[in-house]
Design a protein around this ligand. Sequence first.
Ligand code: HEC
Ligand code: HEC
Ligand code: HEC
Ligand code: HEC
Ligand code: HEC
Ligand code: HEC
Ligand code: HEC
Ligand code: HEC
Ligand code: HEC
Length: 321
Amino acid sequence: MKVQALVLIVGIAMLSFGFTGTAQRKNASFAEKLFARATADDFMNEEACGECHPSVVKNFSASPHSALVSDSKLPLDKQGCQGCHGPGRIHQAEENAEVISYTKLSPKESSAACLRCHEKTMSESHWKRTEHARADVACVSCHQIHTDTENGLAHASVKSDPRTTVLDAKVDPKLMLKADEATLCGSCHPTVSAEFRSANHHPVPEGKMACSDCHSAHPSKNGVTTQDMFKGKCVTCHTEKAGPFIYEHDPVAGFTGDGCQECHRPHGTNNPKMLNSVTRGLCAQCHTDKLAQHYPGQTCWNSGCHASSHGSNSDPRFLKP
Ligand code: HEC
Ligand code: HEC
Ligand code: HEC
Ligand code: HEC
Ligand code: HEC
Ligand code: HEC
Ligand code: HEC
Ligand code: HEC
Ligand code: HEC
C-alpha cells in the first residue's frame, strides 16, 4: 500500500510539473506557440506563396531583409517567408487563420514575433521596459519589412505635412525604416518636430543628424532601459564646451542640476544658441542673490562680462576664456 501511495504522490508531482510546463508555454507568444507545434512537414516550398501572394513575393526580393533570411542552411523556423509568417501548411490547413500577420496581431505579439530572431539586438524583457513598448508601439510602427516597389522605400503610413519646413533627410535602406527619422519620429512626436522648426535647432531636419544620435529608439544588446532613452552625451560632439577647465562652472561640469540642459534646449528654440532664455533669468535661476543687486547689463554673458560661461582657464569669474 505504502509503495502505491508513494507512486501516486510521485505521479501527482509529475503531473503538476507537467502543468507548470504548460502554464509556461501559455506565456509564450503566438509566434512561439505556432512554431512549437509545427513539424518539418508543415513547412512548404515557398514558391507556392507566390501563387496566392504574387506582388508580395516580388516586392520582398527587393527588401534588404530578403538576403538575410534566404540561406538554406538556416533552421527551417528561421528561414525565408515562413521564418517570419509561420509554417505554410498550417496557414493553409486552417483557412488562412493561423498565420503571423504583423499588422493584425497586437503590438506585443507582433514585436515578439520579430524578437524570435533578434535576441542579439535586444531581449524581449529589454524591449518590454521601453516607453515605446509600454505605449503599444511595435517594431512595425517604425520598420517596414516588405519594400513597396511602387511607392519606393520611404513610403507609407507616414505622411509628411505639406506645411512643414522639415526636409526629408537621408535614411539608410538597410535599416528598413518607414521614413527618415525626422519624418518618422516626428509623425508621433509633433511637439518635438515643431521645436526642430524653430529658428535655432540641431540640424536633424537638414539630415546632418538623426534623432538616434541622441536617443535609443530601442534598447541595444547592453540593455538600455526607459530611463536611458537619452543616450547621447552632449559632449561627445561638443567636447570643447565641457573643458576640463581650471575654473569649472558647476552646472556645465555636471555637479549641479541637469548639465547642459540647465541652460540649453536640446532640440531647438527661437533663442540664439538654443538657450532656454535670453534674459538674466537664465543665470538668476541659480544665482538668485545676483538678481537684485548685480545688474550691469541685459544678459550676463554679453561681451565684457561672463563671456566664458562654460568655464575658464584664466578667470574664476568666467570673464575671460
Ligand atoms: C492557396 C493560396 C495561399 C497560399 C499558397 C498562401 N497563402 Fe497566405 N493567405 C491566403 C489567403 C486567402 C489569406 C487571407 C487574406 C486576407 O485575409 O486578406 C492569406 C493571408 C496571409 C497572411 C496575412 C495577411 C495579412 O492580412 O496580414 C500572410 C502573412 C500570408 N498569408 C503569408 C503566406 C506565406 C508566407 C505563404 C507561403 C508559405 C502563403 N501565405 C501561402 C492564401 C494563401
Ligand atoms: C523578416 C520578416 C518577414 C519575412 C522574411 C517576410 N515577411 Fe511578409 N510581412 C512581414 C511584415 C513585418 C509584414 C507587415 C507589413 C510590412 O512591414 O511590410 C508582412 C506582410 C506580409 C503580407 C501581408 C501584406 C499586406 O499588404 O497585407 C503577406 C501576404 C506577406 N507578408 C507574405 C510574405 C511572403 C510570401 C514572404 C516571402 C517571400 C514574406 N512575407 C517574407 C515580415 C516578413
Ligand atoms: C526568421 C528570423 C527573423 C525574423 C522573424 C525577423 N528578422 Fe530581422 N533580421 C534577421 C537576420 C538574420 C538579420 C541580419 C543579422 C542581424 O542583424 O541580426 C536581420 C536584420 C534586420 C534588420 C537590419 C539590421 C542591420 O543591421 O542592417 C532590421 C532593421 C530587422 N532585421 C528588423 C526586423 C523586424 C522589424 C522584424 C519583425 C517584423 C524582423 N526583423 C524579424 C532575421 C529575422
Ligand atoms: C521608435 C521606432 C523604432 C521601433 C519601435 C523599433 N525600431 Fe528598430 N530601429 C529604429 C532606428 C531609428 C534604428 C537605427 C538607429 C539605431 O540603431 O539606433 C533601428 C535599428 C534596428 C536594427 C539594426 C541595428 C541594431 O541595433 O542591431 C534592428 C535589428 C532593429 N532596429 C530591430 C527592431 C526590432 C526587432 C524592433 C521591435 C522589438 C524594433 N526594431 C523597434 C527604430 C525603431
Ligand atoms: C508610432 C508612434 C511613434 C513613433 C514612430 C515614435 N515614437 Fe517615440 N513615443 C511614442 C509614444 C506613444 C511614447 C510614450 C510617451 C509619450 O506619449 O510621449 C513615446 C516615447 C518616446 C520617448 C520617451 C519620452 C519620455 O517622455 O521619456 C522618446 C525619447 C521617444 N519616444 C523618441 C522617439 C524617437 C527617437 C523616435 C524615432 C526613432 C520615435 N520616438 C518614434 C510614439 C512613437
Ligand atoms: C542633440 C540631442 C538630441 C536630438 C538630436 C534629439 N533629441 Fe530628443 N531629447 C534630447 C534631450 C537631452 C531630451 C531631454 C531628456 C530628459 O529630459 O530626460 C530629449 C527629450 C525628448 C523627448 C521627451 C521629452 C519631450 O521633449 O517631449 C522626446 C519625445 C524626444 N526627445 C524626441 C526626439 C525626436 C523625435 C527627435 C528627432 C526628430 C529628437 N528627440 C532629437 C536630446 C535630443
Ligand atoms: C551627434 C552630435 C551632437 C550631439 C550629441 C549634440 N550636438 Fe549640439 N550640435 C551638433 C551640430 C552638428 C550642431 C550644428 C553646428 C553648426 O550648425 O555649425 C550643433 C549645435 C549646437 C548648438 C548651437 C550652436 C549655435 O551656434 O547656435 C548648441 C547650443 C548645442 N549644439 C548644444 C548641444 C547640447 C546641449 C547637446 C546635448 C543635449 C548637444 N548639443 C548634443 C552636434 C551635436
Ligand atoms: C550656465 C549656463 C550654460 C550651461 C550649463 C551650458 N551652456 Fe552652452 N552656452 C551658454 C551661453 C550663455 C551660451 C552663449 C554664449 C555666447 O553667445 O557667447 C552658450 C553657447 C553654447 C554653444 C554655442 C557656442 C558657440 O561658440 O557658438 C554650444 C555648442 C554650447 N553652448 C554647448 C553647451 C554644452 C555641450 C553644454 C554642456 C556640457 C553647455 N553648453 C552648457 C550657457 C550654458
Ligand atoms: C544650474 C545652476 C546654475 C546656473 C543656471 C548658472 N550657474 Fe553659475 N554657478 C553655479 C554654481 C553651483 C556655482 C559655484 C558655486 C557658487 O559659488 O555659487 C556657480 C559659479 C558661477 C561663477 C563663479 C563665481 C562665483 O560666484 O563663485 C560665475 C561667475 C557664474 N557662476 C556665472 C554664471 C552665469 C553667467 C550664468 C548664466 C549664463 C550662470 N552662472 C548660470 C550654478 C549655476
